[in-house]
Design a protein around this ligand. Structure first.
Ligand code: NAG
Ligand code: NAG
Ligand code: NAG
Length: 242
């Protein structure tokens, strides 16, 4: 009995695997539930490759030009700077399409004053892509923010200097933070203060100022994404001039 079940499973696996080549519509006969059930039998890493073949196949079945249309380049609506946290998936929570959002990610979504990686990303967005809106976003339940509040002094390695400006905000406003007992609200306030710091920092960059002086419109926005219910709040601290 078990042996027979095993054979049936093997046959299913073989039929799904043989359907896997990137042939448009190859998964057409399978329901999404069947595809997902099979994917669940795979290891997390192997699942990525399998689901990629499903994605490619299903995308081409809907639109044969889905990928070739991306070749000429992207015309993103915004440049988004947010946290590396995998729950902070702006593409998913805004139902955006490939090519829509230009993203830069870092721990706590921070940008350093001498941070060549972020500065080059912002320069490219402003000068080459001529993006009008730059979003700095924090998110609730951010582990970088939590580390600052709970254990900054114990941090070692690059995390310590990276989070130092956020720690400085915390230390400088300690009196206010000490009046808040709810850890969620405390973290949220620090997060919002940090987003405001980043909006001011990016708004004041020479890259942004020079582009505005040449007539480009650049709005620098601050958001807070709420992991607990999937909605982001526009903190309404947008800066459109220096
Ligand atoms: C950034 O670089 C400048 C020039 O090298 C230096 O004076 C400054 O201390 C650096 N700032 C930080 C926060 O590392
Ligand atoms: C999401 O949660 C926050 C508080 O956690 C609340 O202020 C906000 O209204 C909620 N938004 C939605 C759409 O439920
Ligand atoms: C931002 O402004 C919008 C529109 O006026 C308003 O609905 C929203 O509540 C404001 N958000 C905050 C965080 O004040």
């Amino acid at each position: 009995m078990l042996f027979k079940k095993g054979l049936t499973l093997l046959a299913t696996v073989i039929s799904v695997i043989s359907a896997a080549p990137a042939n448009p519509g190859a998964f057409a006969g399978k329901t999404q539930a069947e595809i997902e059930a099979y994917a669940e039998t795979l290891g997390k890493f192997e699942k990525l490759q399998y689901m990629n073949t499903v994605f490619v196949s299903q995308s081409l079945a809907k639109d044969p030009n889905y990928f070739t249309s991306l070749v000429p380049g992207a015309n993103p609506s915004i440049a988004y700077i947010g946290c590396v946290d995998p729950r902070n998936a702006i593409d998913i929570f805004t139902e955006s399409q490939l090519g829509d959002i230009y993203e830069h990610r870092s721990i706590a979504g921070s940008v350093g004053v001498n941070d060549t990686n972020a500065l080059a990303a912002i320069q490219f967005a402003v000068e080459f892509l001529q993006v009008k809106d730059i979003v700095l976003s924090g998110h609730t339940y951010c582990l970088g923010i939590k580390a600052v509040i709970e254990s900054y002094d114990q941090l070692t390695g690059p995390l310590s200097p990276w989070l130092a400006p956020i720690n400085e905000l915390y230390v400088n406003n300690k009196q206010t933070f000490d009046t808040i007992t709810d850890p969620y609200l405390k973290a949220r306030l620090l997060n919002e203060m940090n987003v405001e710091r980043l909006v001011n920092l990016v708004n004041g960059l020479d890259i942004v100022t020079n582009a505005r002086n040449k007539g480009q419109t650049i709005n620098v926005h601050g958001w807070l994404f709420q992991v607990e219910n999937g909605s982001f709040i526009n903190l309404n601290i947008t800066k459109s001039a220096n």
